[in-house]
Design a protein around this ligand. Structure first.
Ligand code: CDP
Length: 219
């Protein structure tokens, strides 16, 4: 079974998708972490993404895999566990530019389809219901007020030891949404047949429950 969960930045996709995956016992796939991992490599190796030759070498040279470490679903790129590093502000500010590149998207989408088809998955991102799995069994699109999203992200960042003002975070989130929804290839867009869920006033367990109920009532 493929359950697609899309939505703008910090709309609660990851927490919701992880919860749905746990309850329904279907593997979880966070596609944003894949674009973040590539962005981490682009930054650390100082790769010029406007140069086709450098892009080609980058894509022929990377291996992405997921592994559970201490109960957490971790992402490895070229055998390095980058799960925490990819949440840095530096990666967050640059990821939209990297993920707009068609060659990078093509390579990631191939990998996402291969992983997803293996055992089914709860897969979250921006283009899952529109491009990666347009025939997904279920499609959800999560939205939330930008202030609520910034407040939630602030809590995430505090856990990582980072401090930031709410205004700066709201600005960053809106900027990233604009870049993601206005890019030419696979922009952030709600699939016509996706169910929209506004999570602004919902708790995590309510969000998860809404999706699980929808799926189990239909089976
Ligand atoms: O968790 P958060 O909402 O901050 O974002 P994410 O899901 O980790 O995604 C990070 C970035 O990756 C997004 O801002 C998009 O630029 C890109 N992305 C994408 O282009 N396509 C996807 N399927 C998932 C993420």
């Amino acid at each position: 079974m493929i359950i697609a969960i899309d939505g703008p930045a910090a709309s609660g996709k990851s927490t919701t998708a992880k919860g749905v995956s746990r309850i329904l016992r279907i593997p979880y796939l966070d596609t944003g972490s894949m674009y973040r991992a590539i962005t981490h490599i682009v930054i650390t190796k100082n790769i010029d993404i406007t140069q086709p030759v450098e892009l080609k070498i980058l894509l022929s040279d990377i291996q992405i895999r997921f592994e559970i470490v201490n109960g957490e679903n971790c992402i490895f790129i070229n055998n390095e566990n980058v799960s925490s590093l990819i949440r840095s502000t530096e990666v967050t500010l640059f990821v939209s530019a990297v993920s707009a590149i068609p060659e990078i998207r093509k390579s990631m989408v191939e990998l996402q389809r291969a992983i997803g088809k293996e055992n089914g998955c709860v897969i979250e991102g921006r283009d899952i219901g529109t491009v990666v799995f347009p025939n997904a069994d279920y499609k959800f699109f999560l939205v939330a007020d930008v202030k609520v999203r910034a407040e939630r992200r602030l809590v995430d960042l505090e856990k990582l030891g980072e401090t930031k003002s709410l205004d700066d975070l709201m600005f960053e989130i809106e900027k990233r949404d604009l870049l993601d929804s206005s890019r030419e290839h696979s922009p952030l867009r709600q699939a016509k047949d996706a169910i929209e869920i506004d999570t602004s006033l919902l708790s995590i367990s309510e969000q998860i429950e809404k999706i699980v109920k929808h799926i189990t009532n239909k089976e």
